[in-house]
Design a protein around this ligand. Structure first.
Ligand code: GLU
Length: 446
């Protein structure tokens, strides 16, 4: 039954979504994991749950024209995929990056359904973005672009319908411009976006949440091996929001982060990364990671981001982008003694890399569980907006920690119940899918 089930779902998904290889990859992983669930629940098959869950409820593609500082007109393509609303309004970030296409947004939206379900907060799954490259653009260009993007997107979103947030290329600056345009067009001040500024509806702790949540999740993975962060050497790829706050939390808990990267290459500082320098480069100057060695000459910069996996470490936290860690990188990590990998980015490990980790006895925390702290805290921001109040940083952080603990427990228990002991990939997929499937069953064929 297993092979026929997986094959029949994949045949339709591949036929309907031609070259969207990342989407195929994300769907295959989930569908393979839930075979024991489907065998135990024939009612899911009768109701076509899996066939429905792999098909987005709605996909919006739109033109985004904007004018640069020299008066030249550019046209980009914008997307919002509203994937599943069984457990709440669509929720998920916006990605602005030249690599964005409908397949990338579908894979991210699909992952988001199960990630959001795992958080235990009432949010469905969606994702959006644009093939716009914010790198090298002036603030005014970014503002005009965001206004044009929102001039179409506003029709499709709303605080009870679909609540976008940030992702790669979309941070506090972009959320500000997008929010301003939404407010102007609709004449409403509502919680339609998360990741807002603290003075206008944002939540304390949202900036730190994905990185902190990742480290809270990996703390549980380390505990299961009788270990903690003290003295651990940690390699983190990326140097954006997730990597920066994962670094901060690892340092607070006694670990040493020795490497970070960006799309040009990676830095190694065996004395421990000086986070103030990284934040200055990335958050203030919007510069490149190689600038780090100008201030810390004992550190090294190496061209080529993939080389980061050759740096020996105890824990690796891939936090850059999809498929950044392949079989070769995974084998290097294992042979250098790495004991735990937690995914900060969405789907950063290829299927072959995941297999190397699972077969090699490495504790592996998959993205939809390990990086769910960001969207979970977005849901906390939505709650605060609805109640028109703000919680303290400590309150938000305590809730985030509770959510990450609960996600870890759900993954372990689901893996245990369905005979996939210690496999958190299967556990996350099963636990997330079960919540969504039950909600879809209750709501009929819609
Ligand atoms: N882009 C983040 C993610 O991948 C956050 C989404 C959100 O806060 O809605 O989960």
């Amino acid at each position: 039954m297993a092979d026929t089930f997986v094959d029949s779902i994949m045949e339709t998904v591949e036929a309907r979504n031609g070259g969207d290889v990342e989407f195929h990859q994300a769907v295959r992983e989930v569908v393979e994991s839930i075979v024991p669930v489907v065998e135990k629940h024939p009612e899911f098959t009768a109701a076509g749950i899996v066939q429905r869950v792999v098909e987005p409820e709605r996909q919006i593609i739109f033109r985004v024209p904007w004018m640069d500082d020299n008066g030249q007109v550019h046209v980009n393509r914008g997307f919002r995929v509203q994937f599943n609303s069984a457990i709440g309004p669509y929720k998920g970030g916006l990605r602005f990056h030249p690599s964005v296409n409908v397949g990338i947004i579908k894979f991210l939206g699909f992952e988001q359904i199960f990630k959001n379900a795992l958080t235990g907060t009432p949010i469905g799954g969606g994702k959006g973005g644009c093939d716009f490259n914010p790198k090298g653009k002036s603030d005014n260009e970014v503002m005009r672009f965001c206004q044009s993007f929102m001039s179409e997107l506003f029709r499709h979103i709303g605080p009870d319908t679909d609540i976008p947030a940030g992702d790669i290329g979309v941070g506090a600056r972009e959320i500000g411009y997008l929010f301003g345009q939404y407010k102007k067009l609709t004449n409403t001040f509502v919680g339609v976006l998360t990741g807002k500024g603290l003075d206008w509806g944002g939540s304390l702790g949202r900036t730190e949440a994905t990185g902190y949540g990742l480290v809270y999740f990996v703390t549980r993975m380390l505990e299961a091996r009788g270990k903690d962060w003290k003295g651990q050497k940690v390699v983190i790829s990326g140097s954006g929001n997730v990597a920066i706050y994962a670094t901060q939390k690892v340092q607070q808990l006694g670990g040493t982060v020795i490497a970070l990267s960006d799309s040009n290459g990676y830095i190694v500082d065996n004395d421990g990364i000086k986070l103030d320098t990284v934040r200055q480069i990335k958050e203030v100057r919007r510069g490149r990671i190689k600038e780090y060695v100008e201030e810390h000459p004992s550190a090294e910069f190496h061209e080529g981001w993939q080389g980061i996996w050759s740096v020996p470490c105890d824990v690796a936290l891939p936090s850059a982008t999809q498929n950044e860690l392949d079989e070769t990188g995974a084998k290097l990590l294992v042979s250098n003694g790495c004991i735990a990998v937690g995914e900060g980015a969405n789907m950063p490990s290829t299927p072959e890399a995941v297999k190397v980790f699972l077969d090699g006895g490495v504790s592996f925390g998959p993205a939809k569980a390990a990086n769910a702290g960001g969207v979970a805290t977005s849901a906390l921001e939505m709650s605060q907006n609805s109640m028109r109040l703000s919680w303290s940083f400590e309150e938000v952080d305590k809730r985030l920690k509770g959510i990450m603990d609960s996600i870890y427990t759900q993954c372990v228990e689901a893996a245990d119940t369905y005979g996939c002991n210690d496999n958190l990939v299967a556990g996350a997929n099963i636990a997330g899918f079960l919540k969504v499937a039950r909600a879809m069953m209750a709501q009929g064929v819609v």
